[in-house]
Design a protein around this ligand. Structure first.
Ligand code: BG6
Ligand code: MG
Length: 230
């Protein structure tokens, strides 16, 4: 076992998954919704700015967009604008179907279920139930931790701690899958084992990193964490 894990030794009994960018790729739909709002408001917005919103809560996202545009608005105005974006985003979720799991994600959930692991969601989104319903994925999750479960969003560890507590597991008994820098930060702060999905400049600080969910199979993760599995 790699030396870095020795201090946190515990048997892995559960997996906690981020949603957007791990189970399904809603990042594009978030981008399109923010872009529609930005066009209506004549704001500068592009994919580089959108990348900074990955894993970040809706209200923190609109603050980043405002900073990018050097504008200042009242909290009430921000709440109203974020609600407009959300209406556009939620409408667009109707197009998600069970064909929209990221490659490898459904297979992994099925494998973990068949092996008896507990599974939770740990997402910043307040729309996670709708996304999981569209995917037909609710049955795989024992616990849903999302933007409605906790007040402090990632990089605070709260949503993962909430999910672990509901699973009746300790952080060192859980592996967190994350595609966002703030998400890996959150999981590490909480004392979880981390699997990063994406480039190293984004999630290189995870214990283990894969370019895509397709590579992050149960077998790959198990062989890396080695003695932490029975
Ligand atoms: C995260 C996304 O999962 O959820 C962010 O990566 C998004 O881009 C955040 O802003 C909040 O989502 P929602 O659905 O509550 O607006
Ligand atoms: Mg994500």
């Amino acid at each position: 076992m790699p030396k870095i894990f020795e201090a946190r030794l515990g048997m892995i009994k559960g997996f906690i998954f981020d949603l957007d960018g791990v189970i399904t790729d809603t990042a594009e739909l978030h981008y399109l919704a923010w872009n529609t709002l930005a066009e209506q408001m004549s704001w500068k917005f592009d994919r580089t700015v959108n990348e900074r919103l990955r894993g970040v809560s809706r209200m923190d996202s609109i603050r980043i967009i405002q900073q990018h545009n050097n504008t200042e608005r009242t909290e009430d105005e921000l709440i109203e604008l974020a609600a407009l974006k959300n209406e556009i985003y939620v409408d667009s979720l109707d197009q998600i179907s069970p064909n929209d799991f990221l490659p490898g994600a459904l297979e992994l959930l099925k494998k973990l279920k068949s092996q008896g692991f507990k599974i939770a969601l740990g997402s910043a989104s307040k729309n996670s139930q709708k996304v999981l319903r569209q995917l037909n994925a609710l049955e795989y999750f024992d616990v849903i931790g999302d933007g409605n479960s906790v007040a402090k969003s990632k990089p605070a560890p709260d949503v993962f701690l909430f999910a672990a507590e509901k699973l009746k597991l300790k952080p060192e008994e859980c592996v967190v899958y994350e595609d966002a820098e703030a998400g890996v930060d959150a999981a590490k702060t909480g004392g979880f084992y981390t699997v990063g999905i994406g480039p190293s400049n984004r999630v290189g600080h995870a214990d283990l990193r894969f370019e895509s969910m397709g590579e992050a199979t149960f077998e790959s993760v198990k062989s890396f964490f080695d003695d932490l599995f029975l």
